[in-house]
Write a protein that binds this ligand. Structure first.
Ligand SMILES: Cc1cc2nc3c(=O)[nH]c(=O)nc-3n(C[C@H](O)[C@H](O)[C@H](O)COP(=O)(O)OP(=O)(O)OC[C@H]3O[C@@H](n4cnc5c(N)ncnc54)[C@H](O)[C@@H]3O)c2cc1C
Length: 445
């Protein structure tokens, strides 16, 4: 029986384990995870902190018991400490100190990512928080409950996690400030024409925005009291760092080929540079169809798909990933934004001779007076090849499903001209006869 070992049982690992156990017989699957829980949806963290959901129970969709029922041998709170890639053995230690040696025929690394921790003074002060694990969110919630003197919360990092947390803390009645070295929020996903709307939204809801500032130090006696940037010093009672994630490559960084940020380089079957070893989720690269090259995009959606792909290949069915576009969405109070592929800024940085077509209109005809909002759309394309490189949409209306079409367009390498006469239905309850997608594409030069 083929021995398969999976290290890491969060989103990527869970997808791989379930796919293998649901689809294939005669496999021996052993799972190791350092944590005590499986499948925590970090995306619900801000909703939980901000009391928009009742507790954390719904934030898990799998468990040790569910995997064991399907036939896996699951070791929780058992970090793998070392792998001998020549002998094909992993070495782990249980919580009570028992050492385990587990041989494998095929190994799946699903060790995920770790929060980036800036190397500055004061990081060990109390109330300096990170947001990754269930335990991190629980700690923040417990502190807010117990320490009634936490009034000012400073979020470092205005990416999607930082912005979601800013809303959450504001909903808890805190004075919230965001600090970021960038010029605006969500800089990786949206051009400034869109992030200006988000920043206005944050500002209108009372969140202080301090952009173009680099955090240099934290000060306090036992708890954090001040945050020092290259330009200012601010009082604070809690600092939450959301400045990005780095691949957790410690188990393979001396053996496997690495991407520039340390992620395990994988091919379209999720195989690493070692034929017996696959890597999935946040510890691995993705193939990015927008730039037509490998890239690092840490998202749960990519983790799940890469887990499915690896599972089939490990069990003998050849399956290639379709690649990704970095499709993402965010909702902050009543503003919805979705994007896929490259922003204009990123496209230019990647050397594309890129242009955009922008359009703004109501979702439905104006005679529909209720549940009708303006929608802003931008499509980024290559002026020479006409290939669609990215798309962004923003509205108070739920326009989220539109982005999937652009995601597919980028995956399939479509030109913007292919969308000009696309058959898009019209019904006043939903949209307009001259809808914004058609109009934006028609006006692309
Ligand atoms: C606050 C927050 C919000 C997010 N929101 C979204 C969202 O809305 N949409 C989205 O698509 N993505 C979102 N993400 C990103 C998403 O959570 C990650 O991309 C996803 O968790 C990656 O899954 P993974 O299984 O690859 O890695 P991880 O979730 O990092 O899991 C890795 C697992 O490996 C285990 N492990 C590591 N080392 C060892 C070892 N040596 N031995 C044993 N076990 C080990 C860990 O304990 C962990 O369980 C969010 C992330 C955060 C933190």
């Amino acid at each position: 029986m083929e021995k398969i070992v999976v290290i890491g049982a969060n989103h990527a690992g869970t997808a791989a384990i379930n796919t293998m156990l649901d689809t294939y017989k005669d496999i021996d699957v052993s799972v190791f995870d350092a944590n005590s829980n499986i499948s925590f949806l970090g995306c619900g963290m801000a909703l939980w902190i901000g009391d928009q959901i009742h507790g954390s129970d719904g934030l898990f969709y799998s468990s040790r018991e569910a995997m064991e029922e399907k036939g896996a041998k699951v070791y929780m709170e058992t970090p793998v400490e070392h792998i001998n890639y020549d002998k094909k053995v992993v070495y782990a230690k249980t919580k009570d100190g028992k050492e385990i040696e587990q041989p494998y025929d095929k190994l799946i690394l699903a060790t995920g990512s770790l929060p980036v921790k800036p190397n500055i003074k004061g990081m060990d002060l109390n109330n300096v928080q990170f947001v990754k694990l269930f335990q991190n969110a629980q700690e923040v919630i417990d502190k807010l409950d117990v320490q009634k003197d936490i009034h000012h919360v400073t979020i470092v990092g205005a990416g999607y996690i930082g912005v979601e947390l800013a809303e959450a803390f504001k909903r808890k009645g805190k004075l919230v400030q965001i600090i970021d070295v960038a010029e605006h929020s969500l800089a990786n996903y949206y051009d400034s024409e869109f992030t200006d709307i988000m920043d206005e939204n944050l500002h209108t809801h009372g969140i202080k925005l301090s952009y173009n500032e680099t955090v240099k130090a934290l000060e306090g006696t036992t708890k954090v009291e001040k945050i020092i940037t290259d330009k200012n010093s601010y009082n604070t009672d809690m600092v939450v760092f959301a400045v990005g994630f780095k691949p957790n490559n410690v188990l393979g960084n001396e053996h496997l080929k690495l991407y520039k940020n340390g992620a395990f380089i994988v091919d379209k079957t999720q195989k690493t540079s070692d034929d017996s070893v696959y890597a999935i989720g946040d510890c691995a690269t993705v193939y990015d169809n927008a730039i037509q090259d490998i890239n690092y995009i840490a998202l749960a959606t990519n983790a799940v798909r890469s887990g499915i792909v690896a599972a089939h290949n490990v069990c003998g069915t050849h399956l290639e990933s379709a690649g990704v576009q970095g499709s993402n969405g965010i909702r902050i109070w009543d503003i919805n934004m979705v994007s896929t592929g490259l922003t204009l800024k990123k496209a230019l940085e990647h050397g594309y001779d890129a242009d955009v077509t922008d359009f703004e209109d109501y979702q439905k005809p104006l005679f529909i007076e209720h549940d009708n909002e303006k929608v802003k759309i931008r499509i980024v394309y290559d002026k020479n090849t006409r290939r669609i490189l990215g798309a962004q949409l923003c509205s108070k209306y739920d326009i989220s499903m539109n982005i999937h079409m652009f995601s597919l367009a980028i995956q399939e390498g479509l030109t913007i001209d292919k969308l000009k006469l696309l058959d898009i239905f019209f019904l006043p309850h939903f949209n307009q006869p001259y809808n914004y997608i058609t109009m934006a594409t028609l006006q692309a030069k």
